[in-house]
Ligand binder design. Structure first.
Ligand SMILES: [Zn+2]
Length: 240
């Protein structure tokens, strides 16, 4: 009886461990954020085992800031790190629904270095890196979302930026700009895959702040971004 029990437990552990490896989550300290994200949402694992048309494409969702780095904040005291995480968490089931494999660079309020965020994308040969942020501007009443790619970025990065912008516009968000970034942004400059940074709105604008801080607004943002990502994945499949 004991032997059978031990064997069953060993088989169970092997199955669990094997499943993690299949998902690309190496048992490595630097991949803990990714592994916990996969465990929590189960999306990457679940989708990998389905005969999905998108099974080989992996998207990295990067909720900006976290832990000791709050990012910017609105006059209501809400931190950027809280908004970016909320939208990323809303994105997870939407991508899963469309059979898109993904990894979150963080799934809780935790500091993750820019280097580690980039390493997660590069080690896993991601097809697209999408970093989520919020803008602020103290002098003028700027509003709307902005999708940024690196100066000299690939046509794939530009296409991803355009498609995500279209997705957000379809959800009736105001487009501030789709543009190349003149400054050097670490995550855009160092990812091997196409990469975009979505500034989802200005925390300095009362109208934007309302949707950035509401559950409904955050969900609508996630829907728009997910639509753009799904369109990008479809375009990749058509091209291959
Ligand atoms: Zn930011």
């Amino acid at each position: 009886m004991k032997r059978i029990l031990l064997f069953s437990m060993a088989a169970l552990l092997a199955a669990m461990f094997g499943k993690l490896l299949v998902c690309g989550a190496e048992p490595h300290e630097q991949n803990l954020a990714m592994a916990s994200a996969i465990n929590q949402h189960g999306a990457a694992c679940a989708d990998r085992h389905q005969a999905s048309p998108h099974s080989r494409i992996l998207i990295v969702i990067d909720p900006g800031h976290g832990g000791s780095d709050p990012g910017t904040h609105g006059p209501n005291g809400v931190d950027e790190k809280t908004v970016t995480l909320a939208v990323a968490r809303d994105l997870a089931p939407l991508l899963k629904h469309h059979h898109v494999r993904f990894i979150l660079t963080r799934d809780r309020d935790k500091y993750v270095s820019l280097r580690r965020r980039v390493a997660i994308a590069n080690r896993n040969h991601a097809a697209l890196f999408v970093s989520l942020h919020c803008d602020e501007y103290s002098h003028h009443q700027m509003h709307g979302f902005t999708v940024i790619y690196a100066q000299g970025a690939s046509t794939d990065s530009r296409q991803a930026a355009r498609l995500i912008a279209k997705g957000l516009e379809r959800k009736h968000f105001y487009l501030h700009a789709v543009r190349a970034e003149v400054r050097h942004l670490y995550v855009l400059d160092n990812t091997n895959c196409p990469a975009v940074l979505v500034e989802m709105g200005f925390m300095s604008d009362p109208g934007d702040l309302r949707y950035l801080c509401s559950i409904r607004g955050q969900h609508r943002l996630a829907e728009g971004i997910a639509d753009g990502i799904v369109d990008y994945v479809h375009a990749m499949h058509k091209a291959s």
